[in-house]
Design a protein around this ligand. Sequence first.
Ligand SMILES: *Cc1c(COP(=O)(O)O)cnc(C)c1O
Length: 359
Amino acid sequence: MINFTVGPVQSSDAVRAIGAEQVPYFRTSEFSELMLENERLVKKFAHATDDSKVVFMTCSGSGGMETSIMNCLNKNDKALVVNGGSFGERFVELLTRHGVPFTEIKLEHGKALKPEHLTPYEGQGYTTFLLQKHETSTGVHYDINLVSDFCKRNGCFLIVDTISTFLCDHFDMAGTNAGIMITGSQKALACAPGIAVMILSPDALKRVQENRCCCQYLDLKLALKNMERGQTPWTPAVGILRQINVRLKEIDAMGGAEAEIARCAGLAKYFRDKLVEYNLPFEIVSESLSNAVTPLHPTTQSAYQIFLKIKDEYGMWICPNGGEMKDTIFRVGHIGCLTEADYDRLIDAFVDLKNKKFI
Ligand SMILES: *Cc1c(COP(=O)(O)O)cnc(C)c1O
């Protein structure tokens, strides 16, 4: 199978080799050093300030989203949240569950965030802003600078879900003055699922210390205290943390985050050019694309039926959508260990389906 989904994605041979090894004991100085190296490289790739801190939580990306809210926000906050798809919706559900007052900026699927969406909220006493930098469900890459400027003007604490855009599109944590950025091990990091990576700015660290977290397992006070010496309060997903270490060093050796972003952008362009070249009956439905994924609306067949056909008859996974987008949108990812030759195979399959009048 070739995997063109947005996670879990294909891992490099070196990362997979770690997955085959015995999981070592981790209360050792060797493991602590590995964790501190992970912290250093993640900060470097996200352009975080030196005084930021990183935690590696044993949970998926959604756990990182919930951890951010439980540890840094409370009922005295007034939050703004952009909801343009299923991940924005998840932030809304989490704010509701944890009793944080909020206002939702609801966007139609596929639509970009524009200055006029934010204007009504200027000077209204908002304390925090939550945003997916890339809303993966609809493939919309929001204008982070627009939100960052709003937050700077209004003194808002910014929580950015970069889960599917970190290492795919440029991100400057210090420049955007983000409080927290969240990513996950199974997206562009291309490791097994199970670890949420979070970078916390000094503002976030202050919020953590001042807040009471209702969950012991996900309490960042404990995670941060342990991470000072490269450890975690509980047994983490040791094997995945070792995979992350290999992967971060691999990226560093190949030219760092910017080189990895360029590689991902190259694959996205290659695929998008081929769609036009072969005149395939798919429309790109996002007003603002990320390099991570191409969201497509097939004009002649159900998106879900195409997903099944490609899986069962051509041995490849494209990424189906859920809910009301199930039949109208499928996505093709550009993250993980993929090559132009892989996209040639996918395009061949689409052309074959077109010749057979399936699409
Ligand atoms: C994948 C993803 C998540 C969360 O994913 P998990 O399934 O919990 O790992 C959250 N936000 C965005 C933008 C994502 O792409």
